[in-house]
Ligand binder design. Structure first.
Ligand code: PRP
Length: 217
């Protein structure tokens, strides 16, 4: 398989709420925040290591687990739909450094014959990425993969060679997952759902519509 799926019941439940056409703007945005938080916890569980460390309680000395690497996390916010999603992730990774990239599909140009969209990248501001870092690139939707391909190209274009590179989406289409998996060997894809297909306009079906519009409109 191309992606690791976050199966936590609350993640799946929240995604169902996000899918619903009845969910209006405020609830949609809050849902994305909640989903980001759960995904963050799940990423900690699977991708970060835990060590047993000594701890002094008010009564005695004992040991307890401590998550390693929480200070070596970089979260990349792919504007604009990722903003509430990242807000949730930050609850799991309060010490994360943040990068911001604006990348969006030029939908007026339409989908190319090869099934990709032209992407305009207008703003790129990334913190220094160190070898010990876990980098999480967050975008709620992975459709044709055009956006994330452009983003990862910028991210890895320089010297960056982080310890782990996770690409996190809420909903993804098989085409996009395949494309990113093929183009970026070092990226690990993480998603809450792999949906059925892309329609002629490049929308994920069943999907959740246009996440950016639904959260910001
Ligand atoms: C949406 C979504 C992803 C992208 C996915 O963004 O948030 O970034 O499309 O599609 P792709 O995999 O085919 O590139 P959009 O371009 O609508 O921008 P927005 O987040 O600003 O609404």
């Amino acid at each position: 398989e191309h992606a690791a799926v976050i199966t936590h019941a609350l993640a799946q439940h929240t995604l169902t709420e996000l899918r619903s056409v009845e969910t209006e703007q405020i609830a949609f945005r809050k849902g994305l925040v909640r989903l980001g938080r759960i995904c963050g916890y799940e990423i900690i569980d699977t991708w970060l290591e835990t060590e047993e460390v000594p701890v002094q309680t008010p009564l005695t000395e004992t040991t307890g687990p401590e998550i390693q690497g929480l200070d070596d996390v970089v979260i990349v916010n792919v504007l604009r739909a990722a903003t509430p999603f990242v807000e949730g992730l930050l609850k799991a990774f309060p010490a994360a450094r943040q990068g911001v990239i604006s990348a969006s599909r030029d939908e007026s140009a339409g989908m190319d014959e090869d099934g990709s969209f032209p992407i305009s990248v207008e703003y790129v501001k990334l913190p220094e990425i160190r070898p010990e870092d876990t980098v999480i690139v967050a975008d709620p939707m992975l459709a044709t993969g055009s956006t994330l391909s452009a983003v990862l190209g910028h991210l890895l274009g320089g010297e960056a060679d982080p310890e782990q590179l996770l690409v996190l989406s809420a909903v993804s289409a098989p085409t996009g997952l395949e494309r990113i998996d093929e183009e970026f060997d070092e990226a690990e894809l993480v998603t809450v759902a792999v949906d059925d297909h892309l329609n002629d306009e490049g929308f994920i079906v069943p999907g959740l519509g246009d996440a950016g519009d639904r959260a910001f409109r």
